[in-house]
Design a protein around this ligand. Structure first.
Ligand code: DGP
Length: 114
């Protein structure tokens, strides 16, 4: 896959506000937040889109979700709630082609997926 800005963030070549890290996942604040809390959880192994993740990497996708839940618990908004979502390709609104999970929180999010 083509190199993206997220690989550079993972390698600490460009700055980001990193809020989470484990052996497989890095979490950092979105540069253009859509909610008071907007974190991107990015696997350190790069795949361009969800379509490119092989079945052998099912655990990696689980780790992304669990990283978000862990962060929500740690920051104290797990019970009040949050949203996780992944954009895929053009119609999904994906702009950075390195798989990532968005975590949005800090305001009431309406069930509008437009
Ligand atoms: P998506 O549309 O799902 O591909 O989301 C990409 C997100 O990445 C978008 O919300 C803005 C964010 N983003 C793009 N470039 C940078 C960057 O250089 N730093 C950070 N922290 N976020 C970025």
């Amino acid at each position: 896959m083509k190199e993206t800005i997220f690989s550079k963030i993972i390698r600490r070549e460009i700055p980001a506000d990193i809020v989470y890290e484990d052996e497989a996942v890095l979490g950092f604040r979105d540069i253009s937040p859509q909610a008071p809390v907007h974190i991107l959880f990015v696997p350190k192994t790069a795949y361009a889109t969800l379509n490119d993740v092989p079945a052998t990497e099912a655990e990696l996708l689980g780790k992304l979700m669990l990283a978000a839940a862990d962060y929500a618990r740690r920051e104290g908004f797990a019970d009040s709630g949050y949203r996780v979502l992944m954009n895929v390709n053009r119609d999904g609104g994906q702009t950075v082609f390195h798989v990532h999970l968005h975590l949005l929180a800090g305001r009431a999010l309406h069930a509008d997926f437009g």
